[in-house]
Design a protein around this ligand. Sequence first.
Ligand SMILES: CC(=O)N[C@H]1[C@@H](OP(=O)(O)OP(=O)(O)OC[C@H]2O[C@@H](n3ccc(=O)[nH]c3=O)[C@H](O)[C@@H]2O)O[C@H](CO)[C@@H](O)[C@@H]1O[C@H](C)C(=O)N[C@@H](C)C(=O)N[C@H](CCC(=O)O)C(=O)O
Ligand SMILES: Nc1ncnc2c1ncn2[C@@H]1O[C@H](COP(=O)(O)OP(=O)(O)OP(=O)(O)O)[C@@H](O)[C@H]1O
Ligand SMILES: N[C@H](CCC[C@H](N)C(=O)O)C(=O)O
Ligand SMILES: [Mg+2]
Length: 437
Amino acid sequence: MKIELPNHNTFLHVTDNSNECDASSIFVLTKLNAMYEQSARDHGCTHIISPKACLDLLGITHAIKIIGITGTNGKTTTAAAIYSILLDLGKKVGLQGTRGCFINDHRIEEKSLTTPPILQTIHNLKHAVEAGCEYFVMEVSSHAIVQNRIDGIAFALKILTNVTQDHLDFHKTIDEYIAVKSRFFDDESVKLINKDESKIRFNRTNAMSYGIEHPATYKILAYSLKEGISAAVAKIEKVYEFESPLHGFFNLYNLLAAISAVDMLGVAPMESICEAVEHFGGVEGRMEVVSQDPLVIVDFAHTPDGMEKVLDSMKERDLVVVFGAGGDRDRTKRPKMGAMAQRYAKKIVVTSDNPRSEDPQSIITEILAGMNHHESLHVEVDRHEAIEKALRMQAPNEVLLILGKGDETYQEIKGKKYPFDDRSVVRELIAQWAKQK
Ligand SMILES: CC(=O)N[C@H]1[C@@H](OP(=O)(O)OP(=O)(O)OC[C@H]2O[C@@H](n3ccc(=O)[nH]c3=O)[C@H](O)[C@@H]2O)O[C@H](CO)[C@@H](O)[C@@H]1O[C@H](C)C(=O)N[C@@H](C)C(=O)N[C@H](CCC(=O)O)C(=O)O
Ligand SMILES: Nc1ncnc2c1ncn2[C@@H]1O[C@H](COP(=O)(O)OP(=O)(O)OP(=O)(O)O)[C@@H](O)[C@H]1O
Ligand SMILES: N[C@H](CCC[C@H](N)C(=O)O)C(=O)O
Ligand SMILES: [Mg+2]
């Protein structure tokens, strides 16, 4: 990654790649490229700086308020809700996360990592500052905390969604994973903590909280999940009401976090924030209704907890569920995901979800290990066939939930990404069958 320095009198660019260095470069030294410092010097580079110094050099440090969100699930949704509310309130805002980078409603980067390497974030922040943004909302993954991909960033606000199981391939134990997430909250930054999430440890200085079950700075007093979400939230003595077209108890948490966050930023009165949240229509691939009749929903649940939250939110209905589990990722979540599907679904098709370098059949076998008996359990390695099978099995009163890939547009098999989109597959099959009728 290279950022040009058109106004600098000595250097032409900053880079985090030693191979891009020459005498006109400033090398930004990070935890990930520390081993290439000598290589940068060998390429002729004489000026080596930290990410913090780079943020200062580019005039970013004091120019924009950065909001960081971490947690196992709900980061993308909460970040998008904050972004949407701020835009709705007339603010200029940047958004960076799993879906890429957006500035004032325009996409400037395609999807890559949830939290890119620091120089990529600095590049996106620079764009945001140049576009006049006052705020930049970013997802912070646990990988990013471990690999110091957020080094040098002074967050105006840090937010916790929740901590459940994921990425144990990388963190090895749940305790280590919790410790990493907790590390994000161990300084005196202003922070917003989910009070119903008891596992996280945080520095209480400058901490506010939100909750539904436990007393919190922002506390839900009453809610209804019929026809979207409507709720009353208390802040100190005052109560405010809001409505949302989103579905599910878990989204009440995401919306509450977003409303509380915007209030903490002091942007507008709570009444206006609660009004603005109604215009947030959700995120692509998260509880996205792809067809009304038959009712087919695509969601990005790819952890046991994500599956539980989504399936539980639909438990009044008879559910047909299609899902798999990612290859080269946490193997211990696979049987738990199987058990979760078994607990809630009437009919299940287990399939593939980015097997990557692994054998798809053995991933499925590990999922099935968590399912002891089920009267309608099917296995279909090919995800297209699996979706077709599920659509054929779906009775008129049943809801088909296709989980795990959300708005992904590929299936990754043995290092190659093949175009694949759950939503297009459903739409094409339904259209094809309608023509044949
Ligand atoms: C395991 C992991 O996270 N690896 C990340 C890591 O890879 P790496 O250490 O092998 O990178 P590298 O190629 O050695 O490069 C490191 C640095 O050295 C520099 N370099 C490299 C070679 C050289 O000769 N000279 C030199 O200066 C590079 O420019 C770079 O700055 O650093 C790379 C660049 O910073 C990342 O792209 C890469 O993410 C890989 C691709 C990845 O798939 N990561 C996933 C698991 C991930 O991070 N996911 C999280 C969580 C998802 C979620 O839950 O939402 C995410 O944030 O997306
Ligand atoms: N607050 C929540 N608690 C539990 N599950 C949730 C919550 N919000 C969303 N989910 C579930 O998790 C899935 C992913 O949501 P989202 O993309 O917002 O999370 P994320 O933290 O950004 O995930 P990732 O780390 O993979 O990018 C959703 O599709 C839904 O199934
Ligand atoms: N941020 C998550 C997304 C998982 C999505 C699922 N479709 C998979 O490929 O496992 C990860 O990279 O682990
Ligand atoms: Mg995300």
